[in-house]
Design a protein around this ligand. Structure first.
Ligand code: GDP
Length: 286
């Protein structure tokens, strides 16, 4: 479920996170591996300032592994600690406390030098809707804590969730708004289901997806939908629509006169894409 953001919502979301920053040692910024920049909040550096930050590329299971390697290198070159995770199955989760320790090493070493037993490090997970915050919290807690899905405006008492490795998490994640400045960013978010389909036209979203994916991942399309010939000219809209029609025919989206119901075909295509049935893909490169 996506949230409709207005300037007032954004200010409130920002304040809520800024309040929580006082309580934590480290922030875990969750991004979608398939679109790490488009799923990044545009004001994140400004909001988190000098708070130590671990960048997690979530849904790595759905992304192109080669592209994920490039993105990790990109964020590391920016001076961040970055780590790939699949919160749905738990791959990469057990390394998170170690990564946090690495980030907070100086602070922890100081405590040890003073003869103190290092207290548990405390973390807040932040990210845009649907990026997997609740799934990650539940996974790290080892049980169902955070309600999946977003319920803006619902506040409850905050609790610290114990995870392994001397790390505690705030049970309520920080919900951030995605970028809106660029139309392609909007389409990328819509392809992955991060923003509501009502905001953009479903056929336009599918058109965008096909145009991008046929170029880099054409073989998956051909195989799944039995497409004889992939478009040669991606700038020719007719060739893209022909692919969408082929998808529709294969998936039985026919209406009277043997024509293809493009809206239905678009829906099924996006469903398959999001479920990973067309293979792993990444929608932007560093
Ligand atoms: P939130 O809005 O950020 O709390 O996101 P949720 O935790 O509710 O997750 C949104 C959707 O993404 C759910 O359907 C999850 O099952 C799915 N999801 C979360 N993490 C992963 C992941 O690593 N891989 C895959 N394939 N799906 C994920």
């Amino acid at each position: 479920m996506a949230i409709q953001w207005f300037p007032g919502h954004m200010t409130k979301a920002r304040r809520q996170i800024e309040d929580k920053l006082k309580l934590i040692d480290v922030c875990i910024e969750l991004l979608d591996s398939r679109l790490p920049l488009s799923s990044r909040n545009p004001m994140i550096d400004d909001i988190l300032r000098d708070k130590p930050r671990l960048i997690i590329l979530n849904k790595a299971d759905l992304a192109d592994p080669e592209a994920t390697r490039k993105w990790l290198a990109y964020f590391r070159a920016e001076g961040h600690v970055a780590h790939p995770v699949d919160a749905a199955t738990g791959t990469g989760i057990k390394e998170i406390p170690e990564q946090v320790k690495l980030l907070l090493k100086e602070k922890i070493d100081r405590q040890i030098a003073k003869g103190m037993n290092p207290r548990p490090s405390r973390a807040l997970i932040v990210g845009i809707p649907n990026v997997g915050k609740s799934t990650l919290i539940n996974r790290m807690a080892g049980k169902n804590i955070a309600a999946t899905g977003d319920r803006p405006g619902v506040t409850k008492g905050q609790q610290w969730i114990k995870t392994g490795g001397n790390l505690e998490l705030l049970d309520t994640p920080g919900i951030l708004w995605p970028k809106f400045e660029d139309q392609d960013v909007g389409y990328r978010l819509a392809v992955t289901g991060a923003i509501k389909e009502e905001i953009l036209n479903i056929e336009d979203i599918a058109f965008f997806a096909v145009k991008y994916l046929v170029k880099d991942y054409g073989a998956s399309f051909q195989e799944r939908f039995g497409i004889e010939k992939l478009p040669e000219d991606l700038e020719n809209p007719d060739e893209i629509v022909a692919v969408m029609e082929a998808v529709g025919r294969k998936r039985g989206c026919l209406i009277s006169g043997g024509r293809v119901d493009l809206e239905k075909a678009s829906r099924l295509l996006l469903h398959d894409l999001r479920a990973g049935k067309l293979g792993r893909f990444t929608l932007e490169t560093p």
